[in-house]
Design a protein around this ligand. Structure first.
Ligand code: ARG
Length: 264
């Protein structure tokens, strides 16, 4: 497997456990003081602002794809098959209060992940549908794979930082594949059709980070509705200049995702 600074599943589980974000343990306290580092370079999301956002207990994000299926990253899950070990928290920005907690029953991991085709996506089927929570439609064409994107998650607010209790959000500009790959290093591994880059190329400062993986990157479509264009996948560190965030290019995998969702 080519080396990339992705999070390994073991690393994700260790990080989630270290901050007590399991099903029973309390999450980390809200940041105090007036310097509040959020997502990286973001702000707190309002309750209900991104109602389809999901926190998964292994320490990843996700989005409601159907009322009973969460779309997340392949690198957040181990393998395809029955799986009752994941808890999804849905419907609250505060991991310590409100919302609904539902266990998983089955995981489908993209069969093309870790191949030259790429495809860092997975589906988590829940034990029961979550009511009162809208789903986030995914992009089926490349029409929205540019512009300014929204990102959100409970991951670290700075490189090496702790997981967050409250959902954080930020906006990041699209970075084209050639520019994204231009710094060399691990970005030489970029798979143009499978991956979409976003971030401030020259200055950095705003990004997803560890623990945001699996969460959606999204924007408004032509009718003003939210549409998911990316899945948080990897990057070199977080929010560094010349090191954009890399997201699964959802439109490339939209039909594979839909097919898998029909089968599970
Ligand atoms: N792989 C990380 C995770 O599992 C996400 C890293 C995103 N990094 C970035 N610089 N945008 O949470």
């Amino acid at each position: 497997m080519r080396f990339r600074e992705r999070c390994s599943l073991l690393g994700i589980i260790a990080a989630a456990a270290a901050v007590g974000l399991g099903t029973a343990a309390p999450a980390q306290a809200a940041p105090a003081g007036d310097v509040q580092p959020y997502i990286v370079g973001g702000t707190r999301a309002a309750q209900g602002e991104f109602p389809w956002m999901v926190r998964l207990s292994m320490g990843c994000g996700g989005a409601m794809y159907t009322p009973q299926i969460v779309l997340t990253a392949a690198h957040c899950v181990s393998r395809t098959g029955p799986n009752t070990g994941i808890t999804a928290t849905v419907g609250t920005v505060d991991l310590n209060s409100g919302g609904t907690r539902v266990r998983s029953t089955y995981v489908h991991r993209s069969p093309t992940y870790n191949t030259s085709t790429g495809g860092d996506w997975a589906l988590v089927k829940l034990a029961s549908p979550v009511s009162g929570v809208p789903t986030l439609p995914i992009a089926t064409t490349t029409a929205y794979n540019s512009g300014t994107f929204d990102i959100a998650g409970w991951g670290a607010a700075r490189e090496g930082g702790a997981q967050q209790r409250y959902l954080l959000k930020a906006k990041v500009p699209f970075v084209d594949d050639a520019t994204c790959a231009s710094p060399g290093g691990i970005y030489n591994d970029l798979i143009p059709r499978a991956e979409l880059c976003a971030g401030n190329m020259a200055s950095g400062g705003v990004d997803t980070c560890q623990g945001d993986s699996g969460g959606p990157m999204f924007r408004r479509d032509g009718s003003g509705n939210w549409i998911q264009v990316g899945i948080t996948s990897w990057g070199r560190g977080c929010a560094r200049p010349n090191a954009p965030g890399v997201y699964t290019e959802v439109s490339t995998f939209a039909s594979a995702i839909a097919d898998a969702a029909r089968r599970i």
